[in-house]
Design a protein around this ligand. Sequence first.
Ligand code: AMP
Ligand code: MG
Length: 436
Amino acid sequence: MVVETPTGSGVSAGGVLLSLEAALERMLDGLHPLPVESMPLEDTVGLVVADPLDALVTVPPWDNTAMDGFAVRAEDVRGAHPDRPVLLTVTGDVAAGHAPAGGVGPGTAMRILTGAVLPAGADAVVPLEETDAEQGIAELPDVVAVREPAERGAHVRRAGSDVHRGDRVHDRGKSIRPAAVALLAATGHALVPVHRRPRVAVLSTGDELVPVGRPLGAAQIHDSNSPSLAAQARSAGAEVRTLPPLPDTLGEVLAAIGEQLSWADVVVVSGGVSVGARDVVKEAFDAVGRMDLWRVAVQPGKPLAFGRAPRAHREGDVLLFGLPGNPVSSFVTFELFVRPVLRVLAGHADPFRRRRLTARLAEPVSKSAGRRAFLRVALEPDPERPDGRVARLAGGQGSHVLSALALAHGLAVIPEEHEGLPAGTEVEVWELDHDC
Ligand code: AMP
Ligand code: MG
């Protein structure tokens, strides 16, 4: 493996580039999932469960009704017909949340509402619509006329028909989605053992930057990287602290990074990582820890800084990312490098998992040879293949063109060896609305 000297400010623009895989290998080296915490269920969406979870209760816990109607004995209504309704004496009422006062014997019925416990003796429910009480009834009638027969078990949800106590309801290593929250709540899990959320501090550097919401002065632009990187980190499951933009001065950048070392697992700085006179991030990383690498063969994305610093008052290292300032580059390099790191910290088994598909290029594309390009593309149905997609450039591919990034459905991956590809070539596309 050819790797570049990790430190030093004099590496030329033509120096050896590190491959994406080699860079990722170094970033993920020695990385472990964060400690396990017992967390309130509702706070765990997106987090990875550290122990298998079994149902603590049976769901439903008892037989209950799926309809509003009358709890009956199926054999009593076997001969029911619209022309010859069966008359049953109504002995009471059962609502959800109330134990039935009494049971159902021969020739009787109880009115019952959805989710209520099926009274003893009843083995079927006749929906309101199949009785003379079809309009709903304020008063409990003395007698109900049943117009249709009911099979045993009709409209009855059996105890345990969903889950039995002790059944596995969530595997170790699987993340929690809203549907899993529902199942875990139903089966009694108020607290869930999960790897804690990675803590990410987001900083940006540049004398030209102003936080969004403030008017722009001469020579100023809005800081778009911090909000973007914060959003990306959150959607990768992180807890995020965003700092106001920093000026291009070593002292301020160093102090801001230093302050985050007692809290953050990962510090993401954008801007100031090239070799310009005002690019102070690498120097700051060197001052707080070790700088590991800084030129990777991806487009957009050069230059990139990665380092590690000892945590303040804690075990282990804080990971330091210095992403390029150009907004599309910072976005893409986050997806390429920071997201996999956050996924490992969060306990995901596969750090690189994301939705990918194959699409045909709708038009020719060009790129720099020797770097893997991630083009911002919109996907459309392929007129020539029923389930296929074509990928069309979503707009300008300059690393400052956020409008194309925002329109893009995905990043089309063009391998290192090509300088361009003709229309019609099949390419891999990473979808951007990842949800795993
Ligand atoms: P740099 O990496 O600092 O040399 O910045 C490269 C380009 O990205 C310049 O045009 C900067 O103005 C722009 N840039 C840097 N940081 C940000 C940011 N946080 N938001 C928007 N644009 C930025
Ligand atoms: Mg700058």
